[in-house]
Design a protein around this ligand. Structure first.
Ligand SMILES: CC(C)[C@H](C(=O)O)[C@@H](O)C(=O)O
Ligand code: SF4
Length: 779
């Protein structure tokens, strides 16, 4: 069906979305073209395996860029010789080597460990100019929302979708709702975008943006640097949003200009003219509008185990006694026990064990500069066991060293590391020990996030640095900088890379006027292309999906809200290159406790108890099940355990998507209906019957409990028929090729992509296809 974009005023999101529609199905789902696909080692092995098994290739290697970040040690690479000697953890090494093999086999441009430009996937995309305004950007990683800072539509996807994008360069999407958060006025001195985004999440909650793309707007947002905008959009996912976006402006263009993959010469002018049209039209309709006064934001930190547990630093740990709502109250009690905190303790008095400055939220040069300004001339407090600074990329590290920031940190007692995800999620050797408390600039404070039983408090780089110096949390506005006149360091750009970027700036061509700017690819131009019938039987899914019709099974109750995917399957289980074998890891921290010998002992968690051990349906009372990380390991683990359907009031977007790709049915149902009708049965371990074709839920006697649940028609169609998305999309091949031809003409500045990168170590394409098993043997 030909999609006709609205003729009326449109939002920034509407415009970028419309410009990428390749096809719209009768049932309302869209096929979107993907301009930029970032790949890392954790979420790609199974996707490449699927490609290989189906004999498919990567459709657009020029639109794809891979790197390693999650698993790699951050210790000095001075003695780096090979992955075999450098990465000691066997499963981490396997994932990294699997990626290396895949990029060679499929010819994907790759920044490996011996490349100076390697880094966290969300740092290198913008840094290289791979991320460009107005593009669609995806990655098997929830923090892909970072790239929305450029006015691109950027979101995290699961591994099945990674495979889909690799094979087709498109993704199947539903249109999200539009939300605008306007921040009026100016932020007060010392207040950063991290404080602002924590404040916002504290206000709207981790489910506040569910189903929406958030546009951040207003004076305070426009005044932010690109780095700060990236931190904001990075954490849009923590507000439950599909994506965060900020309209591109002069700040965006200045940041982008001259980057290795940014368009040059007349192409740059053509691009800028187009990018200038990417702003919300006057009168465009938002489904939700939120207004914030910048002056209300003060330094903000988290106290609990969800990013929404954010408070002003002047506050105290909350008291569950003041909460009446039962799910909220028990959640708060659990968080306090986990965090080892007493109600009403002033936040500033809480002592810290470790400090982590880094991650895709706050590992950029501006972040390191603000932390270094705090640390300059000071020493770590004696109670700090470890403080580490981990630059987001090799280039950030080089730049910081050129400015002498490494020295400032080291003199104060901080460790200066190599680029990577590091302690943000501890898939590498950088982890917290049990009960250690960390002042962290990362984005997630979930239980076990930085190590089993670890305690994470999120904050800005300056606040984390100050906590290291004081030994406890500090209000940065009261912090005494040693070198007052240097507290906001003036930075001379000296590094070779920055010079290289400057000199790469093109010679100016005649500017193109906005009216000459390329318009959206008109969908009329995609008319009259034959599409093979959608009913052609497609191949079974590469994830082995069987048709889902009716399911009668034991139901298990779960009385929790905001169950994140880190809790569903903790990080240590992500190091697999397979989709199976994850049963043990499901809700691991809740299902197991270590005994004195360090052996796992089962807890009395519901899924460890008869008859729920055999449960096939999980009935959840709280909102936002599966929020957080994009790990498809979450539905894989549920499936491995035997769960085939989940019933909850609401879900994290990516988890919801990922479930369908694996034949797992997530049903959204009103919370009161769940509590009144389903929970009494689940509490007894009774059976429920989910009838997907008729969209009903019955009890085991055939009585109808829910006579209608909602499900998008396309998803139902795929589940009921066990269809392979990729097969369905490839039936639209002619639409995709035609879109690509139009794109080459209208958005010619997007051509070339990652193929234009210069590598220190050029990946050589392998002549012979190697299977994973063969690769294993080679190692
Ligand atoms: C490993 C990856 C799936 C995950 C994500 O999607 O966010 C990770 O980056 C994280 O931060 O938890
Ligand atoms: S959130 Fe942490 S683990 Fe995830 S990509 Fe960013 S730095 Fe890496």
């Amino acid at each position: 069906m030909v999609y006709t974009p609205s003729k009326g005023p449109r939002t920034l999101y509407d415009k970028v979305f419309d410009a990428h529609v390749v096809h719209q199905d009768e049932n309302g789902s869209f096929l979107l073209y993907i301009d930029r696909h970032l790949v890392h080692e954790v979420t790609s092995p199974q996707a490449f395996e699927g490609l290989e098994n189906a004999g498919r290739k990567v459709r657009r290697v020029d639109c794809t860029l891979a790197t390693v970040d999650h698993n790699i040690p951050t210790e000095s690479r001075k003695n780096f010789k090979s992955l075999d000697t450098f990465i000691k953890q066997t499963d981490s090494r396997l994932q990294v080597k699997t990626l290396e093999n895949n990029v060679k086999q499929f010819g994907v441009p790759y920044f490996g460990m011996s490349e100076a430009r390697q880094g966290i996937v969300h740092t290198i995309g913008p840094e290289e100019g791979f991320t460009l305004p107005g593009t669609t950007v995806v990655c098997g990683d929830s923090h892909t929302s970072t790239h929305g800072a450029f006015g691109s539509l950027a979101f995290g996807i699961g591994t099945s979708e990674v495979e889909h994008v690799l094979a087709t360069q498109t993704i199947i999407q539903a249109k999200s709702k539009n939300m605008r958060i306007t921040v009026n006025g100016k932020l007060s001195p010392g207040i950063t975008s991290k404080d602002l985004i924590l404040y916002i999440i504290g206000l709207i909650g981790t489910a506040g943006g569910t189903g929406c793309v958030i546009e951040f707007a207003g004076e305070a947002i426009e005044a932010l640097s690109m780095e700060a905008r990236m931190s904001m959009c990075n954490m849009a996912i923590e507000a439950g949003a599909r994506a965060g976006m900020i309209k591109p402006d002069e700040t965006t263009f200045q940041y982008t200009k001259g980057r290795p993959l940014a368009p040059k010469g007349t192409e740059w002018e053509k691009a800028v003219a187009y990018w200038k049209t990417l702003k919300t039209d006057e009168g465009a309709k938002f489904d939700h509008e939120i207004n914030i006064e910048a002056v209300d934001v003060i330094p903000t930190i988290t106290w609990g185990t969800s990013p929404q547990d954010a408070l002003p630093i002047t506050g105290s740990v909350p008291d569950p006694k003041n909460v009446t709502e039962p799910i909220k109250k028990s959640g708060m009690e659990r968080a306090l026990a986990y965090m080892g905190l007493e109600p009403n303790t002033p936040l500033k008095s809480i002592k810290v064990d470790k400090v982590f400055i880094g991650s895709c939220t706050n590992g950029r040069i501006e972040d390191l500069r603000s932390a270094a300004a705090v640390v300059r001339g000071q020493k770590l407090a004696s109670n700090i066991k470890l403080a580490m600074v981990v630059p987001g990329s090799g280039l950030v590290k080089k730049q910081a060293e050129a400015e002498g920031l490494d020295k400032i940190f080291q003199e104060a007692g901080f460790e200066w590391r190599e680029a990577g995800c590091s302690m943000c999620l501890g898939m590498n050797p950088d982890i917290l020990d049990a009960y250690e408390r960390c002042a962290s600039t990362s984005n997630r404070n979930f239980e076990g996030r930085q190590g089993a039983l670890s305690r994470t408090h999120l904050m800005s780089p300056a606040m984390a640095a100050a906590a290291g110096i004081a030994g406890h949390f500090v209000d940065i506005r009261e912090f005494e900088y040693k070198d007052q006149d240097q507290s906001s360091p003036k930075v001379e750009v000296t590094s070779e890379d920055e010079k290289e970027l400057e000199s790469a700036a093109y010679d100016h061509a005649e500017p193109v006027q906005p009216e000459d700017a390329p318009q959206d690819i008109a969908n009329d131009e995609l008319k009259d292309i034959p599409v093979k019938s959608d009913d052609t039987p497609a191949k079974p899914s590469s994830s082995g999906m069987k048709p889902f019709l009716t399911l009668e099974g034991i139901s298990a109750p779960l009385d929790k809200a905001n169950v994140d995917t880190d809790a569903i399957i903790p990080k240590q289980f992500l190091k697999t290159i397979k989709r199976t074998g994850l049963k043990k890891g499901l809700f691991y921290e809740w299902r197991f406790r270590k005994d004195d010998q360090g052996k796992d002992q089962e807890t009395d968690f519901v899924l460890n108890v008869e008859p729920w051990r055999e449960a096939e349906i999980l009935v959840v009372t709280g909102d936002n099940f599966g929020c957080g990380s994009s790990r498809e390991h979450a539905p894989w683990a549920l499936k491995d355990f035997g769960i085939k359907s989940i019933i909850a009031p609401s879900y994290g977007d990516i988890f919801y998507n990922n479930s369908f790709k694996n034949g797992l049915l997530p049903i959204r149902l009103d919370q009161q209906i769940i509590i009144d009708k389903l929970i009494p049965i689940a509490n007894k371990g009774g059976k429920l019957c989910v009838d997907l074709p008729n969209q009903k839920i019955l009890d085991s006697d055939g009585n109808v409990l829910v006579d209608h649940f909602e499900i998008e028609p396309f998803r139902k169609h795929c589940l009921v028929n066990g269809l392979d998305d990729i097969g369905i999309t490839l039936q639209k091949e002619e639409y995709i090729s035609r879109y690509e031809a139009l794109r080459r003409e209208k958005y010619s500045f997007l051509e070339g992509g990652s193929k234009l990168l210069k590598f220190d170590n050029v990946p050589k394409r392998k002549a012979v296809t190697t299977t994973f098993d063969k690769v294993h043997q080679d190692w």
